[in-house]
Every structure is written in structure tokens, then in C-alpha cells.
Design a protein around this ligand. Structure first.
Ligand code: FE2
Ligand code: FE2
Length: 304
């Protein structure tokens, strides 16, 4: 079960209604049941949820991050490993989280927390392209942040997190609808189809629907729930359209750059409705792509 002891709720039904206002009752039940009965996906650890909230706050005190990290063994170990790696060439070993956090600085620590949450989300899909999925999510997150900065979006870290989370429905579908999903993976990998279109054709719902229901379960803020839902159709987003456009465009840039399963070098992200809505041209998007490439390289160590 997704959350221990949780029963099908009117909240989940409301979620399904929100997702597919025109869908038949049977279809709503399908997607609802999938999220409700999903196997092997524990609730998101509280410490990661709290850390993600903290990361969204641009003025989060370093003490808060220190405290959160100390509560999680895996995160603490990762921070210590990074600070003691060759990257920082310190003269003596750092053995406490508080020292490590002060050496690394808030931004690096935030990046490590984010990398850990991506890892956590995709570890359930280990044998099914976990690496490609995580890479794609991380790239989309970086692209969304770069786009958000460029258009002076009010909360660039929120864009980063929305990018990171946009495809959280995929591992759930992979795990629970495995046979048919493997066919989809093959088609997408061979460049014959895209995830969203194939999922809609085969299941009648997509990872965007599943992901947004999951995001609701995890009590994500409404702008994240909605952005996950509309990341393939930002023009339909009733609110938070700007955030949906940012993530949509970040995702398209990753498809163009071939980061993830889906690759399409012919794509022209600058001609999409999202780029038009955000007023970004080809030169802007080229700069964003270069920035993402550099950041992806710079953060390789954080993602190991
Ligand atoms: Fe997607
Ligand atoms: Fe995506």
C-alpha cells in the first residue's frame, strides 16, 4: 500500500475527477485503484519531505538543513562522503554533519538533498531504466530552474522541484503494469513513440495522472500537484500555468538533448506553445541547454 492503513478516500476520488473530468467511471476507478494498491512503494520518508520543503525556502537557515540531514543516516553518509572527496581537497577529515554542511554551503547541500530524493523516487524502478529516469528528472529539474531564472519566476527552487518530480508517475506504472509498460519502454527507446501518447493509447491515462494523484497522497503543495498533472498539456492548467510551462519546456529540452529514454534531436522546443508563452527564443534555449549540460557534469558526483 502507498500509505500504511490508508483506505480509498473521497480525496482520491476527487483527485481522479480532477484528473479526467470527461473520463468514464470505469477509467477513473482504474487510475484510482492503481495508485491506491500500488505495491512496494512506501510513503515518502518524512525526512525527505521536510528537506524538500526546506529547500524550497530561499532563506532556509543552514541550521535547519543540518538538523534535517542529521536525522537521516543515508543523507548524512552522503554529505560526509562528498565533503571528504577529492573535490574539496581538505587537509583533515570532516566527521560531523554540521561541519560538512558549513564547508559545502547551502546550495551544494540543497543539491545533495534533491539528488537523494530523486534516488529515493526511482529506486523502485531499479531494473527498468532507473538511471535514465533519474538522469532525465535531474536534467529537467536543472532546465526548469534555468528557465525560471531567465524569466524571473518568483521561486526558482520550486521550479527545480517541480522538474524533479514531473515524471514520478512512471516508476509506479512500470512497477504495477509491468508487461505492458515494458512494451511502451521498448517503443519509446526505439524512438517510435512517446510515453504520454503510448500510455494514453494503452491505458487511457498517463504517468501525469498517476503522478499527480501520488503527489496529492504525499501532500505536495497544489502547484506541484497541478504541474505534475499538466506537464504535457500546460495550456490546460487552470492555475499555475507558468510553472507547468516551465516544466513542459524543461522536459522538451531534455528530449531534444537525449537525456532519458525519449530522444528527438529534430524537436524545436522554441516553437512550442510553452516557449511562446514564456517568451523564450532559440538563443535563450540554447543557453539553457548549455547551462544544463555544465550543471549535469558538475553534479555527477552528487548523484552517485
Ligand atoms: Fe512526462
Ligand atoms: Fe519527462
Amino acid at each position: 500500500m502507498l500509505e500504511t492503513g490508508e483506505q480509498p478516500s473521497s480525496e482520491a476520488q476527487a483527485g481522479a475527477l480532477l484528473l479526467m473530468p470527461s473520463a468514464s467511471g470505469a477509467l477513473r476507478e482504474d487510475v484510482d485503484a492503481l495508485v491506491r494498491d500500488v505495491k512496494d512503494l512506501p510513503p515518502m520518508p518524512a525526512v525527505i519531505m521536510r528537506a524538500m520543503e526546506a529547500v524550497q525556502n530561499p532563506d532556509v537557515p543552514i541550521m535547519t538543513l543540518q538538523r534535517l540531514i542529521s536525522q537521516d543516516q543515508a543523507l548524512s553518509a552522503k554529505i560526509l562522503k562528498i565533503v571528504n572527496s577529492a573535490m574539496y581537497s581538505l587537509r583533515c577529515e570532516v566527521s560531523t554533519v554540521s561541519h560538512a554542511v558549513s564547508v559545502l554551503g547551502v546550495n551544494t547541500v540543497k543539491a545533495v538533498v534533491m539528488a537523494a530524493s530523486v534516488e529515493w523516487i526511482f529506486h523502485t524502478a531499479k531494473d527498468l531504466g532507473q538511471k535514465l529516469m533519474a538522469e532525465h528528472s535531474w536534467g529537467t529539474a536543472l532546465a526548469a530552474r534555468a528557465i525560471a531564472r531567465r524569466i524571473r519566476y518568483e521561486n526558482v527552487e520550486e521550479a527545480l522541484i517541480a522538474g524533479l518530480m514531473h515524471d514520478i508517475g512512471k516508476p509506479v506504472m512500470m512497477k504495477n503494469l509491468r508487461d505492458r509498460y515494458e512494451t511502451i519502454l521498448g517503443e519509446v527507446y526505439a524512438n517510435r513513440a512517446d510515453f504520454h501518447g503510448q500510455e494514453m493509447a494503452i491505458f487511457g491515462f498517463s504517468h501525469a495522472h498517476v503522478g499527480s494523484l501520488l503527489a496529492r497522497r504525499w501532500n505536495f503543495p497544489p502547484q506541484l500537484v497541478q504541474t505534475v498533472l499538466y506537464h504535457h498539456a500546460p495550456e490546460a492548467a487552470p492555475e499555475y500555468a507558468q510553472l507547468a510551462n516551465i516544466v513542459n519546456l524543461g522536459n522538451l529540452l531534455m528530449v531534444k538533448m537525449g537525456i532519458g529514454f525519449e530522444k528527438n534531436g529534430e524537436l524545436l522546443p522554441e516553437s512550442t506553445p510553452a516557449a511562446v508563452a514564456l517568451n523564450l527564443d532559440e538563443a535563450d534555449l540554447r543557453e539553457v541547454s548549455v547551462e544544463v549540460e555544465t550543471m549535469l557534469e558538475a553534479t555527477t558526483a552528487l548523484r552517485k
